[in-house]
Design a protein around this ligand. Sequence first.
Ligand SMILES: NC(=O)c1ccc[n+]([C@@H]2O[C@H](COP(=O)([O-])OP(=O)(O)OC[C@H]3O[C@@H](n4cnc5c(N)ncnc54)[C@H](OP(=O)(O)O)[C@@H]3O)[C@@H](O)[C@H]2O)c1
Length: 340
Amino acid sequence: MTRREALRNLGMLAGAFAFSSNVLACANAQSKQSADKTTPAPVGALAAIPAVPVATLSNGVKLPRLGLGTFLQPDNDVCKASCLAALKAGYRHIDTAHAYQDEEGVGRAIKESGIPREEICLVSKLWVSDYGANGKTLKAIDEMLGRLQTDYVDVLYVHQPVGEVVAAWKEMEQAYKQGKVKALGISNFDYPDPECDAIFDEIVKNSEIKPHIMQVECHPYAQRLDVKAKIAPYNMQLECWYPLGGKWSNGLILKNETINKIAAARGKSAAQIILRWHMQEGHSAIPGSTNPAHIEENINIFDFELTADEMAQIRALNKEQRLYNATYQQTKGFANGPSM
Ligand SMILES: NC(=O)c1ccc[n+]([C@@H]2O[C@H](COP(=O)([O-])OP(=O)(O)OC[C@H]3O[C@@H](n4cnc5c(N)ncnc54)[C@H](OP(=O)(O)O)[C@@H]3O)[C@@H](O)[C@H]2O)c1
């Protein structure tokens, strides 16, 4: 499968749219990025770091709630440049995945930034072809760490709830105990399908190490109230993909009239208003971009606060309109195809 085909398929998956050591992970990032700390701290020769709020996961790991997503970076060189722009602008959370085929670019950027590794929350995802027992997933994790040029990731997700995902989870638990992974996450465990529900229950309720975070599509048009209610008892942070609606929506939500009225009144962009809404909702959000100006704009959202009325106006836009509409069965069909 070519890279273009693979990403296109992922696009269908993402857009048929229409303890001790764990507590230390990202601890330095937290000391510099906190809702409680409004005075940004300089890091080396880089710009002052905006006061990004930090989530404390259920095992104590600290995660800045705004990060850079790297889906659809055209290649590793562009990805490296995007990550460097983000790190320079103050991001300390990068979300990648084996399936994006850009982990090498992320790893190179972190090395070249000169920022100490422990100040950056590095998040990646295992693809379905990485899932398996008898050391298969452990080997895939080691290979991932090699691509990222690091000896641990801060969060490791299973990308899709299909195939040998339960076997993969057991090996992720081993990697967690070995310190190679500081927190565990589930991604896309929200298909309305009984088979997916059963896998959710198996991992969320019965596993030895329970997920600390869940990543799903979430934005003003699909605020995922059902998902929030479902995960509430399990103390998982919600992390939002497609926080701006995704590339293939052609700026659908960015063009929304209500959001643009709020933006104009405040002298902010629509993207900044949407991301500020995510922050005030308590979400973690990982907007993707290859444009350094957008990357900088997207983190400059901590010098204002939406009023209760503005928040209510954006909440009222919710129509639970997913921009990703592949079914669980379609996902299973694609995910069990050729490995990436
Ligand atoms: N777990 C999963 O299955 C899954 C699925 C999808 C995504 N993700 C993760 O979530 C991240 C975010 O999702 P996404 O990147 O697909 O969608 P997104 O962040 O909602 O949207 C990205 C699009 O918005 C544009 N954009 C970004 N900032 C902008 C700004 N300030 N003004 C105008 N346009 C702006 C980008 O274009 P420019 O490049 O021109 O800025 C790009 O086309 C991904 O990168 C990935 O890390 C996970």
